[in-house]
Write a protein that binds this ligand. Structure first.
Ligand code: AMP
Ligand code: AMP
Length: 333
């Protein structure tokens, strides 16, 4: 009997709870310290295996691994690509997502509104956000107001002095607007996109700076950082819902053309500007932790399901339907 497994962090509580609600046995694997979190304080895991990725045990238990940001970050893309335990989703998206140039090509193909990217820092003529490759969760990003400011900070923060070394950073136009992160689920079996929920991130210190009077902000000479601490739920103005739904549909179409499809959960990360444009700066091609707000369902899943439906539970339901219809091979890679 197939069991649902995931790495013990990020959104594992939600994924395993959802799997149990759909009648599966569950496995968490990871650091021994967190065993009680998944077996005692929140008893969602029937098995707890120690280790980053105990492949042989997972194979023996007939596990399907649900990838999360933590799993991919801890294992690294090469290992994930080579893993033998069935993986829910399309592994081909990993390359597209982890390379900022490919990711941009993907989002362009989907005809999303994107921030301008500056190839040459000497052309910076508006505020920019600078993203070193591999910077996690916004840690290591900085903002610059013009090219002089850019070069000064690039040297201070990254030790970069000339253009040769700039391959490792992307310089994006800084979009002033409110952050909105819609969570989607694309069912490959039903060929249907669902809007699951929406969050915004609670980021330190950028969400703290507004608590300091502007006079003091200037005196303190603060630099902003974007380290994720938690998530805040959002319901969107109803007249904007079609905008995010259509953006999701176009991403699924573009994925079919570029890498053989994107199925299961994914998230677009962007901001809504004052003139109501949804500008997207990133895609996460798997469950995002912002869905943890909605373990008991969101306003949107309530409209569709009329029963508590989290993204984690939706994944398990997809696997259940795939098994019933003898299509499991279509949703795991
Ligand atoms: P962790 O297992 O908490 O170290 O998280 C692994 C990765 O997932 C990190 O790169 C985080 O940036 C991302 N992540 C973890 N929790 C959240 C969250 N609540 N919201 C957004 N991203 C998150
Ligand atoms: P990311 O790692 O791309 O998800 O970005 C981390 C955080 O930086 C986001 O949650 C936003 O708060 C902020 N951010 C990223 N890109 C932009 C942008 N182009 N304009 C404004 N804010 C951004």
């Amino acid at each position: 009997m197939v069991k649902i497994a995931t790495y013990a962090s990020h959104s594992a509580l939600q994924i395993l709870k959802g799997a149990k609600d759909e009648g599966f046995e569950t496995i968490a694997f990871g650091k021994s310290r967190v065993r009680p979190l998944y077996t005692k304080y929140f008893p969602v895991a029937d098995y707890f295996l120690e280790g980053e990725y105990p492949e042989e045990e997972l194979l023996k238990l007939d596990a399907i691994v649900i990838p999360t940001g933590s799993f991919v970050a801890h294992l690294g893309i090469e290992l994930v690509e080579r893993m033998r335990v069935p993986y829910f989703g399309n592994k081909k998206v990993l390359r597209w997502e982890s390379d900022r140039n490919l990711e941009r090509k993907w989002l362009e193909e989907a005809k999303l509104k994107l921030p301008r990217v500056y190839e040459d820092p000497d052309e910076i003529d508006a505020p920019v956000i600078v993203k070193p490759h591999g910077a996690k969760g916004g840690r290591g990003y900085f903002i610059a107001k013009d090219s002089r400011d850019f070069w000064e900070k690039a040297e201070r923060f990254l030790g970069i002095k000339d253009k040769e070394d700039l391959k490792s950073v992307q310089i994006q136009e800084y979009i002033v607007g409110v952050p909105v992160y819609p969570h989607y689920f694309y069912s490959k079996i039903r060929e249907e996109l669902e809007l699951m929920s929406i969050d915004r991130r609670y980021e330190s210190n950028v969400d703290a700076i507004g608590r300091i009077p502007s006079k003091d902000q200037l005196e303190l000479d603060l630099d902003v950082t974007y380290t994720v601490i938690g998530n805040i739920p959002i319901v969107l103005r109803e007249s904007l819902l079609m905008d995010v739904i259509e953006a999701g549909e176009r991403v699924v179409k573009a994925s079919e053309k570029l890498m053989g499809g994107l199925w299961g959960p994914f998230c677009l990360e962007g901001v809504f500007t004052p003139d109501l444009n949804f500008v997207v700066f990133e895609i996460s091609a798997r469950i995002v932790a912002g869905t943890n707000l909605f373990i008991n369902g969101s306003p949107y899943t309530w409209l569709k399901y009329g029963e508590p439906m989290s993204t984690g539970r939706r994944i398990a339901r997809e696997i259940k339907i795939a098994i019933e219809e003898d299509k499991l091979d279509e949703v795991v890679t």
